[in-house]
Design a protein around this ligand. Sequence first.
Ligand code: BES
Ligand code: MN
Ligand code: ZN
Length: 488
Amino acid sequence: MAHVNLITLISGDWQNAGADLFAVGLFEGGSLSPRGKSADESVGGQIGNAIINGDLKGKAGESAIFYGESSRILVVGLGKKKDFNAEAIRSAGGAAAKAAISGKWNHVLVESFGEDKTKYGGQALAEGLILGSYQFLDYHTTDKEQFELSNISVIGGNKGGIEKGTVVANAVCLARNLENHPGNVSTPTKLAETAAAIAKEGGMKLTVLDREEFTQMGMGGLAGVASGTDEPPKFIVLEYMKGKKSQKPKIVVGKGITFDSGGISIKPASKMDEMKFDMCGAASVLGIMKTLAGLKPKMNAVGIIAATENLSGGKAYKPGDILTAYNGKTIEVLNTDAEGRNVLSDALSYASKHYDPAFILDFATLTGAVLVALGHEATGVMGTNPKLMERVKKSSEKTGEKVWELPLWDEFCEHVKSDIADVKNIGKPMQAGTIAGAAFLKEFVGEGIPWVHFDIAGTAWGDRKRSYFYKQSATGEIIRLALDVMGA
Ligand code: BES
Ligand code: MN
Ligand code: ZN
C-alpha cells in the first residue's frame, strides 16, 4: 500500500512524539505557526536567522530543512496570511509528506498549519498529507531505492476534520490506484469487484449487469461500444440508502472505458497508452461511494458505471451504425471514438428511469477539446440547472478543484441533431467539441432533473504540479468536489 492510510493525533510536546521530522509553517512576512518557536530553539535559532537573512520567506511552495542535535525541522511556506485557505493547508501537507519521502524518514509529525482550526482546515490537512504520501510503485520489482512513508502524525489539529479528510483521501487513493493500473488489470470486471467490496463495507445494494443482461434490457449504447471487445463489459449500480425514504437520491454517473483505442475510427499511436485513464469517471464514482462507506452519512446516493473497452475487430460497431439507447432514443454513430457519450446515454437514461433523483452528476474523460480549452487546470462543467451549477462552483472554490462553465445553449444542441436518427454522436468538425458532448448527453437526462456534466479529460491526469499529486499519475480529482456538492 503505497500511501499512508491513518493519521495519529498527538497531544503534549512534539519533542516526545519520536518523529523523524517535525514540520511547521511559515507565513510570508515572517510569522511561524505556534510551535515554530520551540522548533527554532531546537535547531539553535537557525530558522529565525534564515528569515532575518532573507533566505526563508514563507512563500507558498517554499520549504527548507534545519537540523538540531536531536531534531529535524521542516519549515513549509504558507504564503500570504490574507490568502490563506484550505488549499494552502492541503499544499503544505502534501509538501511535508513529500519531504519525508525524499529524505526517507519514516515518521513525519506535522503541526496543524497556521490558524485554521476549523473542521475543514483539519480535513484539508489530512487530505494533503495522505495524498502527498501516495506513490504508485506496484510494477517496480528491481528498484531497491524505493521508500514508502509509514507514519504521519499531527499535533494541534481538528480531530473530526482529520478523520474525515483521512476517509476522503483514502478513497481518492483507491480511485488513483484503479486509474493508474493499466487496461489489462483495471478491467470492467475489476471495477465490478471493487464495487462489490465497497458495497460490503458500506451496506450498499450492488447490481452488476453483464453483456447479455444489459443488451437484452435495451442498453444499445453500451452494447454497441462493447461489441468490439472480448473483455467482459459491466453495467454497475451501487445504492447507498441511509437517508429518509422520502429523500431523493443524489446520483453520480461515471464513464468507465477501461481502454479507448478509438475503435474502427482508430486513434493515432502516440499517447494511446494514456487511454487506460479513460475510466477515471468510473473510478471517481467508486471513490465517492467508498467515502460514503467510510463516513456513513444519513443520505441517499446512487453510483452508476458503464464499463467496457473500446476496441476494433470483426464484431466492432462501425461508423454509420445506429444504436438505440435505454430511453429509446436513436444514436447515429459517425465516429466510434466518441464512445464515452454512447455508453453514458444508457447510464443517464437508467438513472432517470429507475430513480427520482435530487440531481445527477456525471464524470467523464469525454473530449480532447476540453484540454484545448482549459488545459490541465480546470474541469469543464455544463448543465441545465443554474442552482445546481452555483453549488458546483461553490464546492469548487472550497475544495480547490477548479471548474469552468461552458454554455450549453440551444444553438449548440442543434449541433448533435441527426438527419436519420434522433442524435448523432459528434458535433460540427473542430467546433465546440466539449459542448457538443454535453449537448448529446442532455438528450438522455430525464426532463426536469437537475444535472451537471463534468468533462475531466484535462484534470484526471496530466502534467500539473501539486505537492499532493504523484508524477505521471492520475489525480483522483473531482471526488472531493462531488462529495461536497452531495453534502457528504
Ligand atoms: N477518451 C477520449 C477523450 C480524450 C482524448 C481524453 C484525449 C483525454 C485525452 C474520447 O473518447 C474521445 O476520443 N473523444 C473524441 C470525440 C470526437 C471523436 C468527437 C475526441 O475528443 O477526439
Ligand atoms: Mn474515444
Ligand atoms: Zn474515450
